[in-house]
Design a protein around this ligand. Structure first.
Ligand code: SAH
Ligand code: SF4
Length: 354
């Protein structure tokens, strides 16, 4: 069965022509898919019934099967999808008080980078996602938002997996988001553990996509203990690539900092970070660690986080604490999958019902 999302507009025209349909039908279907964001063939009511039936019989919209969903008190929705080969991935939709609606999507099933505090890293790597598997996670949310008169406004490639380890598919997915869903590059964020060659390559793509770097420590020794990738790409090389990215794109780089009690929330780390980022157009995003089964560390207290932010301010580096959205629904990367696999989860639940 043909997945319509995987067809270019030319391929859709070719398919419809092979069915003997007039040329304008392909255009109508394209509009239903990406402008009106119909999630089903039934909704495409200016198509003849026979055509809708043929579409339903011979094609489908997407390949992701919803396995579990949780809704948080703050409106954050977290989903677990099964892929055609039984791999599982997560995506999250975050709603803010303004019109912002942000999808957080996965780029791989599992992850090969092995960051010690990360639930996905603890699972290991299963496989890369295709560009369409990445894109469809946003497409699903876009259709559902459209049905209630809202628009998907932002996408962050910050779910399971390392986007730059799956560079070509991630880049193609970004193009699909821009071309089909009209999401501007400035509203798309790629988060990377710090693969230096790919950061440099990405700077050459000529896109104004926002870059977020999972930094988490400001000395090589500390960072390598948390993120094994630091042994291959030490801080000096990483920060040099980030400076180039900021220069080439004119965009401020975000540094992610999972604040771990007694580990990376110390005055020494704040000082080292202040010196490391000196003069770089950036912002530090602090997220108190989300505890996971495979790692003993715990989140920093707000008192420690605030002291850390003040110390950074002395170096002129802006830092904020990210509101932990969906914390009551395991919205940390990889956590819903871990829970479902361990059988501790009812298929669909609201956080308040537990
Ligand atoms: N692989 C990419 C993107 C996915 S991870 C990356 O590492 O950047 C998305 C973000 O969640 C990263 O900043 C990651 O370091 C962070 N993260 C992972 N596990 C976490 C945890 N247990 N608590 C807080 N942040 C975590
Ligand atoms: Fe992979 Fe990112 Fe998790 Fe590290 S933090 S293991 S790179 S998903």
């Amino acid at each position: 069965m043909i997945d319509l999302y995987t067809l270019s507009s030319e391929a859709l025209q070719t398919l419809l022509a092979s069915w003997g349909e007039p040329a304008y039908r392909a255009k109508q279907i394209w509009e239903w898919l990406y402008e009106k964001r119909a999630g089903s063939f039934d909704a495409m009511h200016n198509l003849p019934k026979a055509l809708r039936e043929r579409l339903a019989a011979e094609t489908r919209l997407g390949a992701l099967e919803l396995v579990a969903e949780q809704e948080s008190h703050d409106g954050t929705i977290k989903r677990l999808y099964r892929l055609h080969d039984n791999q599982m991935i997560e995506s999250v939709l975050m709603e803010y008080d303004d019109a912002r609606r942000t999808a957080c999507i996965s780029t791989q099933a599992g992850c090969a980078m092995g960051c010690v505090f990360c639930a996905t890293g603890q699972m290991g790597f299963a496989r890369h996602l295709t560009a369409y598997e990445i894109f469809e996670q946003s497409m699903r949310f876009a259709c559902e938002l459209e049905a209630r008169g809202e628009r998907l406004s932002n996408v962050v490639l910050m779910g399971m997996g390392e986007p730059f380890h799956n560079y070509d598919a991630a880049l193609e997915a970004i193009h699909l988001l821009m071309e089909r869903l009209g999401i501007g590059a400035r509203h798309i964020t790629v988060s990377t553990v710090g693969l230096v060659p790919q950061i440099r390559r990405f700077a050459e793509e000529g896109l104004q996509v926002k870059l977020a770097i999972s930094l988490h420590a400001a000395t090589d020794e500390e960072r390598a203990a948390l993120l094994p990738v630091n042994k291959r790409y030490p801080l000096q090389d990483l920060i040099a690539a980030c400076r180039d990215y900021a220069d080439k794109t004119g965009r401020r780089v975000t540094f992610e900092w999972a604040a771990i009690s007694g580990e990376n929330d110390t005055p020494e780390q704040a000082r080292a970070l202040g010196q490391l980022l000196h003069g770089l157009k950036c912002h530090v995003n602090i997220i108190p660690l989300n505890p996971t089964g495979g790692y003993a560390g715990g989140p920093s207290s707000m008192r420690r986080v605030n002291a850390f932010i003040e110390a950074l301010a002395q170096y002129g580096i802006p830092a904020t604490v990210r509101v932990r959205r969906g914390i009551d629904i395991d919205a940390g990367c990889g956590q819903l999958k871990s829970k479902v696999l361990s059988g501790k989860h009812a298929a669909t639940e609201r956080a308040g019902d537990q």
